[in-house]
Design a protein around this ligand. Sequence first.
Ligand code: TRP
Length: 448
Amino acid sequence: MTSQHQQWGSRLTFILAATGSAVGLGNIWKFPYMVGESGGAAFVFVYLICIALIGLPMLVAEWLLGRRGQKNPVDTMRILARGNDRSPAWIVVGISAVLVGAVILSFYSVIGGWSLYYTLQAGAGRFAGVDVAGIELIFDTLLASPSTLTVAHTVFMVTSVAIVARGLKKGIETAVRVLMPALAILILILLSFAMTTGHFGEALRYMFAVDLGQIDGNTVLAAMGQAFFTLSVGAGVMIAYGSYLGPKINLLATARIVILLDTVFALVAGMLIFPIVFANGLEASEGPGLIFITLPVAFAQMTGGTAIGLLFFLLLSFAALTSAISLLEPAVEFLDERTRLGRAWATIVVGSLIWSLGNAALLSFNVWSDPLPIVGLGVFDFLDVLTSQYMLPLNGLLVVIFVGWMLDRHGALKELGLSGRAARVWGILMRVIAPLGVTAVFVAGLVG
Ligand code: TRP
């Protein structure tokens, strides 16, 4: 380990940063609409199994790599491949991880921009008393306007860059120390409101009364993909965050905490969104528009809707921001360590490239909506599908194979503090169950 590489200020700030990365649009925007589209409790059930069996080994594997490498994901893979007498070609995993993180941020930031825009709209009382058609018009007008989308995306990107440019301690740690407690408070306020709607029990039954007969191949694949996305694995983010870890931190115990918090945020997001949906006779299966259309419809009608709406979209924006800064980190760490640019310029360069790609993505909602040749999708959808369905699972698969089969086993088990039965269970998870599970997502992504 090089002594000059920075480290997290404490275990707590690391937990806040990792949880901040994990908890994001994936929990509050994507999870509830996927539950709604995939029929409720059956999806939730499979999702929880995927998180435990695949998510946990994936997260620990990335941190383990990062902590051993003490470098950006590219050099971490180079150093560890060499140190374990493995092919130098493993560096490709690091390179593709850094790239995929950057690509995800390009479209993630567009939705982050929507969150900011909706925060302003809600705060200005724009939803108050507006009917369903009017709410839909607000959403459609936003999507149809390249300039509004660009401004929102730019503000979101500039904020993320401004935080990351200040470095690990002054930037990322300071941001998560403020934003994460704020997030916890906001979600508790909203949850207590949801409990008063009179439809809380109905929401709980919808989410937790599992009918095993409803589980099919699609449920499993959707749930597994979501497990990856929500835990931020497969894109070098957790490798980069792991590279700032000191030797004392217990990876397994810490991963359990981060996963628990991420899961709680997703479930609570569902518990506060579905009661509002049911109380207003809206459709749970609405799809990606669920929180941008149905919730404002509900906020428009309810007493205190302006305040609740403002809190909700503020929650969404904060959650998106702490994930966005983590998505910048792998590429920034790479450029900072490999060039003489320095941290601030490295962030500006990376941020500008991602911003440009994001602009192409947002144009596909309006002036550039024709599908791209060959792939048959618009830019936004193409980037989303390319990363979530192909690159995250592929990188994830290679990472668990590397950690499970290429690193020295005894060293890894010792580092995780495992022996006897626990070590055997862990071996099966890391070497067999996780790789097979990830292969299933990947193959299904290829054929589907
Ligand atoms: N996990 C975040 C969310 O749920 C998004 C995210 C951050 C992410 N870093 C990532 C997704 C790395 C995949 C890979 O919104």
